[in-house]
Structures are given as structure tokens and as C-alpha cells.
Write a protein that binds this ligand. Sequence first.
Ligand SMILES: Cc1cc2nc3c(=O)[nH]c(=O)nc-3n(C[C@H](O)[C@H](O)[C@H](O)COP(=O)(O)OP(=O)(O)OC[C@H]3O[C@@H](n4cnc5c(N)ncnc54)[C@H](O)[C@@H]3O)c2cc1C
Length: 317
Amino acid sequence: MKRYQVVIVGGGPAGAACARKLVEAGMDCLVVDKANFPRQKTCAGWVTPSVFADLGIVPEDYPFDLTVFPRLKIFLNGFPITRPGRQYAIRRLEFDSWLLDLSRAEFLRHEIKEIRKTEQGYSLDGVIEAQVLVGAGGTHCPVARMARKESGQKRGARIVALESEYRINWQDPVCRLWFLENQLPGYAWYVPKKGGYLNIGVGGNAQVLKERGSSIQEHWEYLVGKLLHLGLLEDQPEDPRGYVYHLRGGDEPPGGKDLYLVGDAAGLATLDMGEGIGPAIRSGQLAAEAILGQGVYSVSRIPRYSLLPVGLRWLVS
Ligand SMILES: Cc1cc2nc3c(=O)[nH]c(=O)nc-3n(C[C@H](O)[C@H](O)[C@H](O)COP(=O)(O)OP(=O)(O)OC[C@H]3O[C@@H](n4cnc5c(N)ncnc54)[C@H](O)[C@@H]3O)c2cc1C
């Protein structure tokens, strides 16, 4: 059995950001992921300027195609608002792999199935031992499953999403977001990306959809019809992929001392914009600081980013 000071389960933005700080501090740290990188991740790939600031990188130094939006066009139940301010879009396939490389952490491709608490820390599938365990495995993270079973702490609202990102010669470069349209308890998006990719999708509160007898598939079909009608699409898009994640709003995630949950494993995406990449990175960094004895891990220390004017945020809550 191989022993490490820290084992991070999941090499997405949360795990990679945590690993980077730990490796920089000289810690003996392993990242385990069931996927080989580069790997696909269902996500529109919108990132805020704060993401680059947190990573200590100027956007111009990002080595892949970076789409820059000088403003976003937002529709609140049909009412248009243009939000000025630089925003970015990346492709997760490229971004996540780059971030993991940047960490320079040892990497193991392996799907973690069983975690046991031991006297020295944790045993993972009987092949790896960790003094400290970081759960960064997204919504279905096995570390989070184990920790939540023991603690009973609640998670925030569950969001279901459908999305397609594919190669297409898009004509309109303006990023658009539609909130609450067609009674969607969430929002739909059109994100044209540099390099000839388009990302479109819908995400909504699963419980509210259920109560209304509606489904995310219906809202996907509505979005496709709308994009065809507006001339933003000429043909049917590629079939969407689905994913589920939790919004911030439940209790503090379980853990502390020798176990930390970060990113989607902790349920940290924000309500109005569904931003999860920034909170994943920030939580990974905070967990690393706590492990290094440089701070306390608490999700209350992660700022919430919003593009909606303050007075309108309640509309999407
Ligand atoms: C449709 C959609 C659109 C979104 N759009 C945006 C957006 O535009 N901007 C934004 O900021 N956020 C967006 N989000 C949210 C964002 O994608 C997530 O919040 C973010 O990916 C969380 O990162 P993470 O590192 O916590 O998890 P992930 O990126 O999911 O990484 C988790 C990793 O853990 C690995 N793993 C899982 N289980 C195991 C296991 N048992 N053993 C080993 N490895 C395992 C997985 O392979 C994966 O690589 C969107 C989400 C969805 C679903």
C-alpha cells in the first residue's frame, strides 16, 4: 500500500487548484481521477476575471483559445439587460487538463470505490493510504458520499442541466443568457466560443421542475426552437449531455482536520449564474491552506459572483 500525506480524489478545477498549492509547499500529494486527462466535462465554460486572479495568471497567458466577451446579453423573463464588463469562456477539455498539469502533482488514473477510516488516516480501495483526504470528485464524489452518510448534513438545491458543445461555424458572437423564460426555474444559454465551437444549454431546479410536472428535456427543446427561430442556429444541434449538481445553500460541508470536501463535491455553485468553476478553484485553494495550517476552511469565505443587478437577484432565487 502506497502512503501519501494528502490524496485528492478528482482532478477537476477543485482538485487541481488544491494540489497546486500543496505541491508548491512541498507536500507529498497524489491526485486520483477515474478519467484520463484531457477529459470531457459538461459545462458552458464561462469564467469570470476572478478565476484568473485566483490562479495568479493574466488571461493573456492562458495557452488555449480564450473567448472574451466585452458584455453579456441577459434576458430576465424576456426583459433585456446588457451587462458590461469583461467575461471569458474556455473549453473544459483544455482548461482542466492545463490546470492539472500546472499543479505538477503525481497523478493516478483509478476509480475510487471504497474508502475506510484507519488509525493513520484513510485507506482507498486497499491500495492507497492518505493521512489527509480531499474529496474533489464532483457531484458523485465517493469521499463526499462517505462523509455525508456519517454527518447527515444537508446540501443545497439540486440543478439538472442539459448541454451540447460542438463544432459549428456560428455567425453571432454575442453571449446570451435567458432567465426564467418559458417558466424555466433557472436559465438557458448561447455561448459562441473562439475556435469555432458553440455551447448551448439549459439548467433548472430539479425539485421545482418536478412540482410543475415539467422536465429539463422540454426546456431544451424550447431553447432549440428559439435559437432556430432567432436564426442563431440553422440546423438541429448535436444531442445534449446531462449532468446534475448542487447549489450552495445547505450546511457547511462535513469534514475538517483530515477530510475536506471542495468544488461540486461540497455543492458550491452559486444560485443566480450557476458559477461552479470559480468556487471550485477557491475552495480547493482554501482547503490546501487549511491543510498547510494557514487558515480555516469554511465555504463562507468563498465570495459569490453575480452579473445580475442586486435588485433583481431575488427574481432567480
Ligand atoms: C451543463 C453545465 C454547465 C455549467 N456551466 C458552468 C459555467 O459556464 N461556468 C461555471 O463556472 N460553472 C459551470 N458549471 C458548473 C461547473 O461545471 C462545476 O461546478 C465544476 O466543474 C466543479 O468542478 P469540480 O472540480 O468540483 O468537479 P469536476 O470538474 O466535476 O471534477 C470532478 C472529477 O472527479 C473525478 N471523479 C469522480 N468520481 C471519481 C471516483 N470515484 N474516483 C476517481 N475520480 C473520480 C471525475 O472524473 C472528474 O474529473 C456548469 C455545470 C453544468 C452541469
